[in-house]
Design a protein. Structure first.
Length: 531
């Protein structure tokens, strides 16, 4: 499989579907329009000095322009670096500086909102910026694409939470993305009649699957407006109104959508698939959702994955027989996506453990990312090389705990390190703790998870105030302090104030005791949201 296989396959698909709708949002874009605008953008990037191997920032609101922008960057032989304008400007500024981008594809309004300075802007739209009603004529792929080097091309650099308090950029290749599509698409029965909800931000790797899988399988991507993302009732209406057939969701987010659905037969008659990923799936959620359907219910697929292994790693379709067998609280994630990744269960010494015993999930295969941008030390730490049968295998140590069952499927059992998983986002608490400690009244802070009053798992911060301050009254507004530096999904929802954080005999913070404080609401509880 060549490095250019993904782009070549997309171009071929778009040419075949030149007059067919590809993406729907505030406008409808056909395959021909998408390819033409992407090609014009690639030529503009080449004129601006972008060469194969460079990275380009992507700063756009939710719209049908996103696939054109991504493909245009790829046609130029470059990688895109997501800069979601909804993120705090300080975080966007860090990503732009750390990735070394000098040019951004986007629009002026998004750049002004993100407060990005020192980078040149190339618009995803040419001319007047108005898209023609009729399909645009197809344009030949620019020469810069043919000059792309034969070595593996980078598709994107996606920044995730960092264990040292500094975000880290995961470098994912086009080969990785093509591997995902080749392994996963044949397991589904997707087709031209499918309408996918494009729900996730392009700062979240679920969007890679959500965007290109429908286009490659003949379907249409329907952009979910930003104001519906956090409104489950409005989003449920959107799913019905737009006749969505394929929905990708983090389980904790879908739980709210499920509550918003009416308790009647077939509340979403067009829906064919619900694909879960990014978080533990509670079987009771599936039971509740299926109970709303008398006859043919949507198919449920659970897919475990990590940004460092390109979105998805396993596949498990659930059936009513699984409910009758009673999985209890177990989160069965199924079998590996063969050809994309394989998974070992290993102990703390890196040795394989027998089936049925728990250990850390180690992943290898074509889905593994190159590593972390500019972080050779962290790359060497998390991407390990193991010798077996006189061969060298490169693994990603996930930090996730699991075991292989007698049937050959895998069960996800949680984390083996301090990393937190909230609403599908893998969060390193050290990054949030660093921002909390920068507040003038905070002496120390530990971030963990707890349940809020509605039973949702949320981020909780346990705060130790400085001795010179009076009981933490001035900590009101702490949430806003964090929100100026970090995206909303990393802002704690609950804050507990204690006189002293619990510590072990060695003087280290006792994180288990902190988690107990957060869960039992001991200490002083600032209002949910902290403001």
């Amino acid at each position: 499989m060549s490095a250019g296989a993904l782009v070549d396959r997309l171009v071929s698909c778009l040419k075949r579907r030149a007059k067919e709708p590809i993406a729907i949002g505030d406008e409808v874009i056909t395959g021909g329009q998408l390819l033409s605008s992407a090609t014009v953008l690639a030529e503009a990037l080449a004129v601006a000095g972008i060469r194969p191997g460079d990275s380009v920032g992507l700063c756009l609101p939710r719209s049908v322009d996103i696939p054109s922008a991504v493909l245009g960057i790829w046609l130029a032989g470059a990688a895109y670096v997501p800069l979601d304008p909804e993120y705090p400007s300080s975080r966007i500024g860090f990503i732009a500086a750390d990735s070394g981008i000098e040019l951004i594809v986007g629009d002026q309004k998004s750049l002004e909102r993100a407060q990005i300075e020192g980078s040149r802007l190339v618009s995803v739209r040419s001319g007047s910026g108005q898209r023609k009603a009729e399909p645009l004529p197809l344009v030949e792929i620019p020469l810069v694409r043919r000059q792309a080097p034969p070595s593996e091309s980078v598709a994107y650099v996606l920044y995730t939470s960092g264990s040292t308090g500094i975000p880290k950029g995961v470098v994912v290749s086009q080969l990785n993305v093509m591997s995902l599509m080749n392994a996963a698409l044949p397991l589904f029965e997707f087709g031209p009649a499918d309408r996918w909800a494009l729900f996730h931000s392009y700062n979240f790797d679920f969007s890679v699957w959500e965007l290109w899988a429908p286009i490659l399988s003949g379907g249409v991507a329907v952009v979910v407006p930003q104001d519906l993302v956090r409104d489950p009732w409005a989003f449920a209406d959107f799913l019905s109104r737009e006749r969505i057939t394929v929905l990708n969701q983090v389980p904790s987010v879908f739980a709210h959508v499920n509550e918003a659905l009416p308790a009647r037969a077939n509340p979403l008659p067009s829906l064919r698939y619900v694909i879960f990923g990014g978080d533990r799936l509670d079987i009771s959620l599936v039971e509740s959702f299926w109970s709303k359907y008398r006859h043919r219910a949507p198919r449920i697929v659970n897919m475990y994955g990590i940004t460092e292994v390109t979105v998805h790693a396993t596949f498990k379709e659930l059936h009513r027989a699984d409910l009758r067998r009673g999985l209890g609280g177990r989160s069965v994630i199924g079998r590996e996506l063969l050809g994309h990744v394989s998974i070992d269960v290993r102990d703390e010494r890196g040795q394989l453990v027998p089936d049925g015993e728990s250990g850390e999930l180690w992943l290898r295969g074509q889905g593994l990312a190159r590593g972390y941008h500019g972080r050779e030390d962290l790359t060497n730490e998390r991407f390990a090389t193991v010798e077996a049968d006189r061969k060298q295998y490169r693994y990603y140590r996930s930090g996730d705990s699991g075991r292989r069952l007698d049937c050959g499927e895998l069960e996800f059992m949680g984390r083996v390190d301090d990393q937190l998983n909230v609403h599908g986002y893998r969060i390193e608490p050290a990054e949030i703790e660093r921002i909390l400690r920068s507040h003038p009244d905070v002496g120390d802070a530990v971030v963990t998870t707890s349940e809020n009053r509605w039973g949702d798992v949320v981020l909780s911060a346990v705060i130790e105030c400085k001795l010179t301050r009076s009981g933490g009254e001035s900590l009101e507004g702490l949430s806003a302090h964090v929100g100026r530096e970090l995206p909303q999904y990393m802002v704690p929802a609950q804050y507990k104030v204690v006189s002293r954080l619990p510590r072990t005999e060695s003087g280290k913070v006792d994180r288990r005791a902190v988690a107990l404080i957060a869960s039992t609401a001991r200490g002083r509880n600032l209002r949910d949201g902290g403001s």
